[in-house]
Ligand binder design. Structure first.
Ligand code: SF4
Length: 131
């Protein structure tokens, strides 16, 4: 599901792609934010590479560095969890590359994700009240 590799450069302005990506994140809706943060901190490829691995040589230029960061994220085992976490915490103000998306793409996704999430949580609450 959510670890499917994506090339964010190919999904600009494709609304159905944002819907599909938000759909893939739905299963993380019940995971507490602190748990997501723990998973990302423990298993995030960027953190692991910085500590033990061979991180890319950053150029100091926005675009090439975003490209390098995005490439690192695509192979990350907690890409979806990282993206979910940043959508919750950073929201529309999110900056940088997280979850293999740059901020422009993530903001576009956020609008779709927030709407879906509101409906999903309302449905879950209604289901709980019925049972
Ligand atoms: S998805 Fe990218 S930014 Fe997030 S933890 Fe993985 S490598 Fe780091």
């Amino acid at each position: 599901m959510a670890n499917e590799k994506r090339d964010s450069a190919n999904i600009h302005s494709d609304h159905s792609a944002w819907e599909q990506m938000a759909d893939e994140l739905d299963e993380l809706a019940v995971v507490p934010t602190e748990v997501l943060a723990d998973w990302v901190t423990a298993r995030g490829r960027c953190l692991w590479e910085l500590t033990f691995g061979d991180p890319p040589e950053w150029t100091g230029e926005d675009e090439p560095d975003r490209e390098l960061a995005t490439q690192m994220c695509v192979g990350c085992p907690v890409r979806a969890e990282c993206l979910e976490l940043e959508l919750r915490v950073g929201g529309e103000q999110s900056v940088g590359v997280w979850g293999a998306l740059n901020e422009e793409d993530r903001r576009a996704l956020h609008a779709v994700w927030a709407r879906r999430r509101r409906f999903l949580l309302e449905a879950m609450t209604a289901e709980e009240e019925r049972s």
